[in-house]
Write a protein that binds this ligand. Structure first.
Ligand SMILES: *Cc1c(COP(=O)(O)O)cnc(C)c1O
Length: 233
């Protein structure tokens, strides 16, 4: 078995243990493999080990990998910040975007989504803890943005995403993740049909699953430590 296949198995085992411990069903938590900075061959190894969905942060780097992997039906998720001048590439090439944080970008993505590719699946990024990672809307701004995004014809609003500040303390991490879950539940109670809470990474997938994550985004635990940021990131 390759190193990546074995790492994938270990991550799936961690997810299964967390589901068991916190009363979640394993089928309700998807694994997004975050492959930024790793090459197409490495992504292919993960695909061959059974991984279907991949997350990328840097648009140009991602598109090169998509071209090298055009023979396999990978589901590609954009999880990096989107500049206006990159929105067309995102709309044309990705299946999902987790990082919508303003209406203007959502409108561009909707307008630029090619007819025939189906709706772009989107999550709105929420800055849940006011952390140094300043991307994302505040909880206060969220309902109006969500209502507006849900009406855009080229997009299908699926849920919310957050990147909480790392915390070594499980209970503290879980409390932040639970604030996200409560925010998600509030929106659903407001009538939006959402099914995706994109929450948890290599270091915090357990508290995220405990709180109700439906999609963990895991990079280093699958692919190893990232050494380089690609040029043009
Ligand atoms: C890089 C990244 C991840 C994966 O982080 P790891 O700690 O390597 O698991 C998840 N989500 C986002 C938005 C990222 O940028």
């Amino acid at each position: 078995m390759t190193m990546i296949a074995s790492n994938l198995q270990q991550v799936q085992a961690r997810m299964a243990r967390a589901c068991q411990a916190y009363g979640r069903s394993v089928k309700d938590v998807a694994l997004l493999a975050v492959s930024k900075t790793f090459d197409a061959q490495t992504v292919r190894a993960a695909w061959e080990a059974g991984q279907y969905a991949f997350g990328e942060n840097y648009i140009q780097e991602a598109i090169e990998k998509m071209q090298a992997l055009a023979d396999v039906p990978i589901e590609w998720h954009c999880i990096g910040p989107i500049q206006s001048n990159k929105s067309r590439l995102v709309a044309e090439h990705f299946d999902w975007v987790h990082t919508v944080d303003r209406l203007r970008i959502a409108e561009r993505l909707s307008n630029q989504r090619p007819v025939g590719r189906g709706e772009l699946q989107v999550c709105i990024q929420v800055n849940i803890d006011g952390g140094a990672n300043k991307s994302g809307v505040t909880v206060g701004e969220l309902p109006a943005l969500a209502e507006a995004v849900a009406r855009l014809p080229g997009l299908c609003l699926r849920g919310l995403m957050a990147i909480p500040e790392p915390s070594p303390d499980f209970d503290a991490a879980r409390a932040v993740h639970e604030r996200m879950k409560a925010t998600f539940d509030d929106l659903r109670q407001g009538g939006l049909m959402l099914d995706t809470l994109s929450l948890g990474m290599s270091a915090d997938l357990e508290p995220a699953i405990a709180a109700g994550s439906t999609m963990v985004r895991v990079g280093s635990a699958i692919f190893g430590a990232r050494t380089a940021q690609p040029a043009g990131a």
